[in-house]
Design a protein around this ligand. Structure first.
Ligand code: DOR
Ligand code: ZN
Length: 366
């Protein structure tokens, strides 16, 4: 299947190979880990440089479980930026859904101008998810209130049972958890975060109701071979894990399809090099420093650059019911090699695609 056959939308414009500049509406990153403390200081400026808004994940230790905690975290994020960057960056916050989340907290979130969503981590699914949800049905009153107040539920869609193969966890989640949840709460607005499988994008594309999905650069660019190229490659390890090539192709087709249900969410998840290159290394790819370049690479390779802007700057804001940004950014066609490492006051980060050549370079706001 070629990109143009993947949907019924009008054919893409002619090849854009001769373009040297791409001017886009200012993008938003709808799934971002900014961490806290020194790591926050190290990584926040990269996102503030490239995107106007980011939906910040709540999996700190302890997790961000209340509007009060989210407001305080938001202040720390803005405090990690220089004044001119802080004025152009809007951190949108998520709260961590736990077995103890109350309906009153949903009401407070609905009333907050800064909190946009709750994040569902099934307990044990990933980094700092011990506080995650153990029994979805028990939270039905909370989901009911979220649906009533139009508060979005962002979902890490993997089952966690140890006996389920790590490559099957997403598809099993859809069948066993997501479909029943949506049958019980058809009005609930859901973002299926970091979709990694054909099953996930098919489900999101074909379902009725308010459901969308973010797609990360790593799942668009790489299949699971990247984890084992010449040896074990911990910097390509994230959760959900990279999948087989047909899944990657299904994700690319979804991203370039022009469907408003798919949009940018990097899931940039920095861990210090020492925690990635360990006998039990952390999951997460640090992509924020070159996020737009990575997505542009995908859309360019798929000859779909005309569809990039809606994916990175349009459909996400639409889903969250926010105005699209008014500012603009520019990328220029210029080969550049992603640095092998980024150092910042005691932290060393290995960026996604380190050592690889990208064709588009972020040139700043225009
Ligand atoms: O790879 C991942 N890293 N997946 C997640 O869901 C969490 C994230 C993190 O916070 O490190
Ligand atoms: Zn994440």
């Amino acid at each position: 299947m070629t990109p143009n056959e993947s949907n019924s939308k009008p054919a893409l414009q002619a090849r854009t190979d001769n373009k040297t500049s791409l001017q886009l509406r200012e993008p938003d990153d709808w799934h971002l880990h900014l961490r806290d403390g020194a790591m926050l200081q190290a990584v926040a400026p990269y996102s503030a440089a490239q995107v106007g808004r980011a939906l910040v994940m709540p999996n700190l230790q302890p997790p961000v479980v209340s509007v009060a905690m989210a407001e305080a975290y938001r202040e720390r994020i803005l405090g990690a930026l220089k004044a001119e960057q802080a004025s152009g960056f809007n951190p949108c916050m998520t709260l961590y859904l736990t077995d103890k989340t109350s309906r009153e907290e949903i009401d407070r979130a609905a009333d907050s101008p800064h909190v946009l969503a709750f994040k569902l981590y099934p307990a044990g699914a990933t980094t700092h998810s011990d506080a995650g949800v153990t029994n979805l049905e028990a939270l039905d009153p909370v989901f009911e209130r979220m649906a009533k107040k139009s508060v979005v539920l962002c979902v890490h869609g993997e089952v966690t049972a140890a006996e389920v193969d790590v490559f099957d966890r997403e598809a099993r989640f859809i069948e066993e958890r997501l479909i029943p949840l949506r049958q019980r709460h058809p009005e609930l607005r859901i973002v299926f975060e970091h979709a990694t499988t054909r099953e996930a994008v098919d489900y999101v594309r074909e379902s009725d109701g308010a459901i969308a999905a973010t797609i990360t650069p790593q799942h668009l660019l790489y299949n699971r071979n990247a984890l084992f190229r010449g040896g074990l490659r911990p910097h390509y390890y994230c959760l959900p894990i990279l999948k087989r090539e047909p899944h990657r192709q299904a994700l690319v087709a979804a991203a370039i399809s022009g469907s408003p249900r798919f949009f940018m969410g990097t899931d940039s998840a920095p861990h210090d090099q020492s925690l990635k290159e360990a006998d039990c290394g952390c999951a997460g790819c640090f992509s924020a420093a070159f996020a737009l370049e990575l997505y542009a690479q995908v859309f360019d390779e798929a000859r779909a650059l005309p569809r990039l802007e809606d994916f990175v700057s349009g459909f996400g804001a639409d889903f969250y019911g926010l105005p699209r940004a008014s500012g603009r950014v520019e990328l220029v066609r210029q080969d550049h090699v992603v640095p092998e490492r980024i150092r910042h006051e005691g932290h060393t980060l290995i960026p996604l695609a380190a050592g690889q050549t990208l064709r588009w370079k972020f040139a700043g706001r225009i």
